[in-house]
Design a protein around this ligand. Structure first.
Ligand code: GZL
Length: 342
């Protein structure tokens, strides 16, 4: 009897393992919404920030969820690596290509190669700028990402409102009306840096008392944001900085370390607003070291896969569906934190 029970247990376990293995290979069957499994080549720019990591994780998780075979390439922030990866995707005859252009320009030739190969392409997160007379829509099947100008407009509006009420403690002390701004820009020439610079400049130009006294790229990384801020805090104008705009949270967090090291109080002596709304920004807001962050949604994976299926099924799509985004500061960060997903 005992031997029979052991035999039955062994058989049951074997059946389960086979089924599980089968269900996995079975999931090799078809992509959700398709009658076959599609192959997507995806060129990601790198892993420079919390935001980028969240975006990559979202794309990979969504590929699993949709049962899309994902050929994923990390370009280490180098455009030439993206070109190589995309040419490899073309050679492999993938069904569809997804890519985040590290910078806006230099894509005309490769987009023509993709078009000649008859492969649809989804641009994710950052946009491209093509040669004069060329339309993105004629080379890129769909764009999925945020409105970078709008994010920076929100940042400028938040700063102006805040400095009118509580933020400008210095104005009371020394009667100055000018508000001096330092700006940490993202990767030079990237769609995020170009768009956020345009959005901020256009909005802040409405207020003559805002003066930009520092502007430099921190390349969207914490380390470079810290290095640049350290240099500014050692400069003769260190004490003139009223506001810091960081074009992403990682640079703001690095700058906060530098401001603390210089013996000043981030969030009080220097009012800081950044963009992304990653968890690190919420931690800094709860420490009262970051004043506000404007959300930029990295959880684009599901939209990428859904759009890919629609394109390959020749269903109608909207070329750009702008991400829905919020903003956070000391009035709502604590309540929002527990449900944040990145
Ligand atoms: C914005 C994205 C930017 C983020 C940074 O959509 O391209 O790149 O703001 C990231 O954190 O590095």
């Amino acid at each position: 009897m005992k031997k029979l029970l052991i035999a039955l247990l062994v058989l049951a376990t074997a059946a389960f393992v086979f089924a599980k293995g089968d269900s996995q290979s079975g999931s090799g069957g078809v992509t959700r919404g398709m009658n076959r499994k599609i192959v997507m080549g995806y060129s990601q720019i790198g892993a420079e920030s919390e935001w980028r990591t969240a975006c990559t994780n979202s794309v990979k998780a969504a590929a699993e969820e949709y049962n899309v075979e994902l050929i994923f390439s990390d370009a280490q922030q180098r455009q030439e690596n993206q070109m190589q990866a995309i040419r490899s995707f073309i050679r492999q005859k993938v069904d569809i290509i997804g890519f985040t252009p590290v910078v806006e320009t230099g894509w005309d030739a490769i987009l023509q190669e993709i078009k000649d190969a008859g492969i649809p392409v989804i641009c994710v997160d950052r946009q491209v700028t093509l040669a004069a007379g060329k339309r993105q829509e004629d080379y890129i099947t769909a764009f999925i990402g945020s409105n970078m100008q709008a994010e920076a407009t929100k940042a400028a509006q938040w700063i102006v409102n805040y400095m009118k009420t509580t933020g400008n403690t210095r104005k009371k002390d020394d009667g100055r009306t000018d508000i001096n701004v330092a700006i940490l820009e993202g990767t030079t020439g990237s769609g995020a840096q170009v768009g956020r610079t345009e959005g901020w400049n256009a909005e802040i130009a409405k207020y003559a008392n805002y003066k930009t006294i520092f502007r430099q790229t921190g390349n969207f990384t914490r380390a470079e944001g810290q290095q640049v801020m350290e240099a500014w805090m050692k400069s003769p104008q260190a004490n003139d900085i009223d506001v810091l705009l960081a074009q992403n949270d990682d640079m703001a967090i690095g700058a906060i370390d530098a401001i603390n090291a210089a013996g000043k109080k981030p969030g009080t002596d220097i009012i800081i607003v950044s963009i992304d709304a990653v968890k690190g920004a919420f931690d800094a807001m709860l420490r009262k070291e970051l004043n506000a962050t404007i959300e930029c949604n990295p959880l684009l994976g599901p939209q990428v896969m859904d759009t890919a299926v629609k394109i390959l099924n020749k269903q109608p799509i909207t070329w750009w569906v702008e991400s829905e985004e919020s903003q956070f500061d000391w009035t709502n960060a604590e309540a929002a934190y527990p449900t944040r997903q990145y």
